[in-house]
Write a protein that binds this ligand. Structure first.
Ligand SMILES: [Zn+2]
Length: 249
């Protein structure tokens, strides 16, 4: 397991950061594909993201079954991760969230989420909405089988994200810094777009990035700076928690 430690620490940073930004609350999760075994990925045991530590990270195969369950509870929606990793060899990290301002955009088919600024430009690469009724009537809204995971992966297709109707979103990327940063900026975009639409009023104009602007930003955009910030803050917090625990004992 030693070779995984650095990546697993990045995964803990991702959980903590997404919780701090209210992208994940008690629910939702983030995973990373294994570097050593591309047919496996890492995900926490079933736990609120703000509480995740490195000991909670577990390894799964592409059927989303744990390599060593250790008697632990597992996320019911882990099938999202396995099935997307199976269909998208380019994807190395995945976030599934119930991001608060995303849900309104998932239930208003006539109002599309749009790229409002440079940091939100990836939305211009196309973000569709997964309608679970297209695949299963009367579902309990969760992705709790490999079949539903495959259905969702089909809607994500080769895009960076999909909304999920009445549920949230899934984001995919080739690295953890990008998927975490985009998850935060997708929520920011939803908030800002909603504000602009309210200010503009019914039928009022709202100007978003066009395809040429999206392409120009995508050519140069990476998220090294926010990731260094997130990582520094999260590791400081984890170190402080470890100090507190040492003090207690
Ligand atoms: Zn969910």
């Amino acid at each position: 397991m030693n070779g995984h430690i650095d990546d697993n620490l990045d995964l803990v940073v991702a959980y903590r950061t997404l919780a701090e930004h209210h992208i994940l609350d008690a629910y939702g999760h983030v995973s990373m594909r294994s570097r050593e075994r591309p047919d496996r990925f890492f995900l926490s045991r079933a736990l609120a993201p703000e509480l995740v530590t490195i000991d909670d990270i577990m390894e799964f195969d592409l059927d989303s079954e744990p390599i060593d369950r250790q008697g632990r509870d597992l996320y019911s929606e882990r099938y999202i991760h396995g099935e997307i990793y199976r269909t998208r060899p380019d994807v190395k990290a995945i976030v599934h969230n119930h991001s608060p301002t995303i849900v309104p955009f998932s239930i208003t088919p006539d109002v599309q989420i749009k790229p409002v600024s440079a940091v939100t430009s990836f939305i211009g690469l196309c973000v569709r909405t997964f309608e679970i009724r297209d695949f299963q009537m009367g579902a309990d809204m969760r992705i709790i089988t490999n079949k539903l995971g495959r259905d969702l992966a089909g809607v994500v297709a080769d895009k960076p994200a999909a909304l999920m109707r009445g549920h949230g979103a899934v984001l995919v990327a080739s690295d953890i810094a990008t998927v975490v940063s985009r998850s935060i900026y997708l929520e920011v975009a939803a908030q800002q777009l909603m504000q602009a639409m309210l200010m503009a009023g019914p039928g009022g104009r709202v100007i978003t990035l066009d395809d040429a602007e999206v392409a120009a930003v995508q050519k140069r955009q990476e998220f090294g700076r926010p990731w260094l910030l997130y990582r520094t803050k999260a590791l400081n917090r984890i170190a402080a928690e470890a100090g507190e625990h040492a003090h207690e004992h």
